[in-house]
Design a binder for this molecule. Structure first.
Ligand SMILES: [Zn+2]
Length: 280
């Protein structure tokens, strides 16, 4: 059985995420360890960390993931942005280590400004190694596939390349169902195509290196390169698509995390979780 959960708010303190998760019946969570729209990352205090761990202890939540800042681009050709990215991702990974989270899920960025894509990917691989070295411990970096388009990095080939280059037990992958559709890797979640989809990920990094999936429906069509999440069943993957996906054994014993707008527009809610629980 999958663990089904969601991205939850930490407004008011890290431990609030645990309350928010329990209110919607989540058994795994994703949070921002620091502001997602600022370069400066404020680290939580010792008291804040203790309150979070205490709340988590009795919550029935099995795993915690952090999502990185949206500003981070380890492949940036701009030296200033590159250096800030390494520093910021390092800070987020430190928070993950401190609070005992699985690690940080991040978007691999963009190769814009590089004459060759390979130069950007190699720079990114070196930077990932550096970030891991900066934070001794167990917390991992999870590369997330993206909606692609232009010189964006984050298709299955890019991720396979980076995975092989970095070669660290602290690097794994998060597969986002909406991004995969938007990128065009899969254009319809039907059994035959889902099988190929799972084969492709297995071949790229090994299914065991994908402990977590972002389960989102997509507001935009296959191949749109437009990253817009939708509630389960209300987008272009559709309820039937998730029903088929939930039957793929290789994706079942994973953490399924929702990053959807919510039926009330207040973020991931109990209704989306209940739909996945029903399918899972
Ligand atoms: Zn995602």
């Amino acid at each position: 059985m999958p663990n089904i959960g969601a991205h939850v708010s930490t407004a008011g303190g890290l431990w609030k995420a645990v309350e928010n998760a329990r209110a919607i019946g989540a058994t795994c969570i994703q949070i921002f360890g620091a502001s997602p729209r600022q370069w400066v990352a404020r680290l939580p205090s010792k008291i804040e960390i203790k309150k979070f761990k205490d709340a988590l202890g009795e919550s029935g939540i099995h795993s915690v993931y952090l999502h990185a800042s949206y500003l981070v681009n380890l492949a940036s050709a701009n030296k200033d942005i590159f250096e800030k990215s390494v520093k910021n991702l390092t800070a987020h990974l430190s928070v993950a280590e401190e609070i005992g989270a699985e690690g940080v899920i991040f978007h691999p960025g963009s190769a814009k400004g590089h004459a060759e894509r390979k130069t950007a990917l190699d720079q990114e691989a070196r930077a990932m190694r550096e970030v891991i070295k900066n934070v001794p411990g167990h917390a991992k970096l999870f590369m997330e596939n993206t909606a692609g388009g232009g010189q964006k990095i984050g298709g299955v080939e890019d991720i396979a390349y980076l995975f092989l280059q970095v070669k660290s037990s602290r690097v794994q992958v998060c597969v986002d169902t909406a991004h995969a559709l938007e990128e065009g890797m899969i254009d319809e979640y039907v059994p035959q195509k889902i099988k190929k989809f799972a084969d492709a990920w297995d071949g790229a990094v090994g299914i065991k290196n994908i402990p977590v999936l972002h389960m989102n429906d997509s507001k935009t069509v296959a191949g749109s390169h437009h990253d817009r999440h939708e509630n389960i069943g209300e987008g272009h993957i559709g309820r039937k698509g998730f029903e088929c996906l939930a039957k793929e054994k290789r994706f079942r014993d994973k953490d399924w995390i929702l990053e959807v707008p919510g039926f009330e527009g207040q973020g991931p809610d109990k209704k989306n979780i209940d739909i996945l629980k029903f399918l899972g």
